[in-house]
Design a protein around this ligand. Sequence first.
Ligand code: FES
Ligand code: FES
Length: 177
Amino acid sequence: MAFDPSKSWDTYPDIEITLNVNGKNYKVKVKPYERLIDVLRYKLGFTGVKEGCGRGECGACVVLMDGELVPSCLVLAVRANGKKIITVEGLAPEGKLHAVQKAFLDTFAVQCGFCFPGFAIAIKHLLDKNPNPSEEEIKEALSGNLCRCGSYYRLIKAAKLASEYVRQGKIYFDVKR
Ligand code: FES
Ligand code: FES
């Protein structure tokens, strides 16, 4: 459908799409111009997906879409129709922590926490493809993520620890209370 600037945004028809988010199917009606980040956050409640820059520069909003790392602020929701999406909420089963989340805790990597979901997804993406990355490979993989608190040193330490956990087969951890 061609964009007509004389039309009100609300007059564009709804399109029903299906998103598989963290293993569960959701049917949702979206406008053709709606972004994936807004559908995930405001229609489906996956508020772990954060919006920083809104233009593909900070990595706060990244999710896995069919296994690839994408900034959800730059993806139209209709483009995600039928895709498998993983957000930070889907990294581990209920009541468990993923190796990446455990490593963040163990290294005190998180300060304000705003960037953490994006870093966690980016590290998972790296480890899915390369469970034994070098420091250079970690830096390269995280080069699209910004941390406003400047916690980079500890985030890299966390990525190294997470890779150790994964190589030892320790993917999920119980949450200690
Ligand atoms: S909010 Fe999407 S990359 Fe910054
Ligand atoms: S911990 Fe605050 S933005 Fe990274």
